[in-house]
Design a protein. Structure first.
Length: 103
């Protein structure tokens, strides 16, 4: 079992910093390369660029919670949620999968 995880390509967990614009201000977000790849996939599934996807998510969290604490952690959890729901090749990750609705 450990070889599955221990054998992870080091490039996947290499930290990568990207700049994004949130409400007109440029900010940097540092995530592992694997998370950026997942965010890129999520954004494409929504028909958005990754920066636009991240800005939209940020705005939605502000609207729901009034505060965005530890946004990088939120992005990692969003990636985990996306993966746990399964990648839906027919539309956005936010749409429930039929097998999940039946459960």
């Amino acid at each position: 079992m450990c070889r599955i995880y221990a054998g992870t390509d080091p490039r996947d967990y290499e930290p990568v910093t990207r700049s994004v614009r949130l409400h007109g201000a440029v900010t940097s977000i540092r995530l592992e390369a694997r998370f950026w790849a997942i965010l890129d996939e999520m954004a494409a599934g929504e028909g958005l660029t990754t920066p636009k996807f991240i800005a939209t998510l940020h705005d939605e969290v502000l609207e729901l919670s009034g505060d965005v604490r530890n946004f990088a952690s939120l992005l990692r959890v969003a990636c985990a949620t996306y993966l746990s729901r399964g990648r839906d090749a027919h539309g956005p990750a936010t749409r429930a999968r039929p097998e999940a609705e039946a459960a």
